[in-house]
Design a binder for this molecule. Structure first.
Ligand SMILES: [Zn+2]
Length: 209
């Protein structure tokens, strides 16, 4: 224990760590300060269910402080925050159980992969599928990646969308994304999932603008 305390002391002087939300100094192995963590947890009471024409949307909270700063810090490369984010999704799933065994995610586009160096939703999807014991399905591809592969009329129709799904999917599937803004990305994804057999899509996002 003494060695750990010493190591922490040395690390906090040589590699000062700050809370990505409020900027307060935190221990070298901590991800957030306790005050921001509490605030994020308390947002659970604001989570909601919304019925849309082609899907049901569940969101944890509004895209606002402190959730907004958390998401931005994660996407800009603080990938260890994936565990904090996974905890928040797990709370949302606990509040609105999906009654479904399959999970998929909206994949990063080539340009955002290039910019960030990692597929931020894929990492969350992997962690969530383990935590909640859901089967992870790689259902969606960005259209650019699949352009050469279109053969059926259904796939060609999907070309006007940003995403396509080519394998037959289970009838009921959970789709996760980080932020719901205009809904156009989610709608494109949902229509690609519908075109591949999914009849009911349950969309879980962390924040809604
Ligand atoms: Zn903080």
């Amino acid at each position: 224990m003494r060695w750990q305390a010493l190591a922490e002391k040395i690390l906090s002087t040589t590699l000062p760590n700050t809370c990505p939300i409020c900027g307060r100094a935190i221990g070298p192995f901590e991800l957030l300060c306790s005050s921001c963590r509490e605030k994020l947890n308390s947002l659970e009471s604001s989570s909601k269910e919304e019925r849309h024409r082609d899907f049901t949307l569940y969101y944890y909270a509004a895209y606002d402080h402190p959730l907004k700063e958390l998401i931005l810090a994660y996407k800009s490369g603080r990938w260890r925050l994936s565990s904090v984010i996974t905890d928040l999704y797990a709370k949302l799933f606990q509040r609105f159980p999906p009654k479904c065994r399959y999970l998929t995610f909206i994949p990063a586009t080539e340009s955002s992969l290039y910019m960030r160096g990692f597929d931020h939703m894929k990492l969350i999807a992997k962690k969530l599928s383990e935590r909640l014991d859901l089967a992870l399905v790689y259902a969606l591809k960005t259209v650019k990646d699949r352009r050469q592969a279109f053969s059926t009329s259904q796939e060609r129709r999907a070309l006007k969308n940003k995403f396509v799904s080519t394998s037959p999917l289970p009838e009921r599937i959970v789709l996760i994304d980080d932020v719901y803004t205009t809904g156009s990305t989610v709608k494109d994804s949902v229509s690609a999932l519908h075109a591949s057999n999914a009849k009911e899509v349950l969309v879980y996002v962390l924040a809604k603008v």
